[in-house]
Design a protein around this ligand. Structure first.
Ligand code: CAA
Length: 293
């Protein structure tokens, strides 16, 4: 059955090579997922060699884990390793059919990335963004082919969580959307079409949950108590472990985007802002204490 709002799958274009912009944790997880499920070459790009090496090393380490668990054979592991490569220039995307960006959450940066990619790829190459909360329409504006831009919002850990929010921008055409759905299906994700609205759907919920948990701490609830709040909903991770997984900086960015769009519904916790400003690497680091002062 076709997911609600998905266009005719006959319009989908074939994806035979994938580019990933960024080689951070999310980007590296995406590279592995695309290589494993589509069995096509995947090229990661980033600004410097050290980051690229780290991204490729992450993929290799995850392949080792799959091999150790018997999820892939030795041959498949070798093939997976050979499918994922790193390149410092986006020229390596020239023959890609789909490029996904997973860089810093900044509209200007992402627009710049898409402009650079567009200068290299063919006119039908899909440009996907893994943004958590920014407008896909705004990201496409100014491009020569805004109709090939689509939101592809994955959840961390990408290998485990089944949902994929596919975001249709104002200019996204049916062929792009059909390609996005066909690709999402090949990635074995459960795809839903969401509106291009701030933070789409899932992050609105998550931000509300986390906002209330951190708000409780702001109001004097001990952090260890507030941490248990999501257990009451049967969610698999404690609140602050989840915050740590998402990354406080990403969580703050989403909260700020939602606060701007819906000031009555979303607050930005002073504690979260302080935590991010202080550059705390781990929410539950032994010396951690929430202190808005
Ligand atoms: N990469 C790949 N696989 C991973 C992984 C990772 N980072 N983390 C865990 N896994 C795998 C494990 O290998 C294990 O797989 P097998 O069963 O095949 O061996 C499986 O997941 C279960 O892992 P564990 O037994 O180690 O631990 P667990 O049962 O506690 O599950 C978890 C760990 C999957 C992370 C689980 O706690 C979970 O789903 N947590 C919720 C995560 C969540 O809500 N993420 C959404 C964040 S929001 C977001 O990402 C979007 C945004 O824009 C901010």
């Amino acid at each position: 059955k076709r997911p609600a709002g998905a266009p005719d799958k006959a319009l989908a274009r074939k994806v035979t090579k994938v580019g990933v912009v960024g080689a951070g944790l999310m980007a590296s997880q995406l590279a592995l997922l695309f290589a494993r499920r589509l069995e096509v070459p995947v090229v990661l790009t980033d600004l410097d060699q050290a980051r690229l090496d780290k991204g490729v090393a992450y993929v290799h380490a995850e392949v080792d884990k799959l091999l150790a668990k018997g999820r892939v054979s030795g041959d498949q592991a070798n093939r997976l390793r050979s499918l994922v490569s790193g390149s410092l220039t986006k020229d390596a995307f020239a023959d890609a059919d789909l490029v996904i960006e997973a860089v810093f959450e900044d509209l200007k940066v992402k627009k710049q990335v898409f402009a650079e990619v567009e200068a290299v790829v063919g006119p039908e190459c899909v440009l996907a963004t893994n943004t958590s909360s920014l407008s896909v329409t705004a990201m496409a504006s100014g491009l020569r082919h805004p109709e090939r831009v689509v939101g592809f919002h994955f959840f961390n850990p990408v290998a485990v969580l089944p949902l994929l929010e596919i975001v249709r921008g104002e200019r996204t055409d049916d062929a792009t959307l059909a390609t996005a759905f066909a690709t999402g299906k090949a990635l074995k994700k459960s795809c839903v079409l969401v509106k291009d609205a701030p933070a789409f759907v899932v992050n609105r919920l998550l931000t509300r949950f986390m906002g209330e948990v951190i708000g409780a701490v702001d109001e004097g609830t001990p952090i260890e108590t507030a941490d248990r709040a999501l257990d009451g909903l049967g969610l698999p991770m404690s609140a602050f472990a989840l915050l740590q997984l998402v990354g406080p900086a990403v969580a703050l960015h989403v909260a700020e985007t939602l606060h701007e769009a819906f000031p009555d519904r979303y607050k930005v916790s002073a504690s979260l802002a302080t935590l991010v400003k202080a550059g705390k690497p781990g929410v539950f680091a032994p010396d951690f204490s929430i202190d808005p002062e």
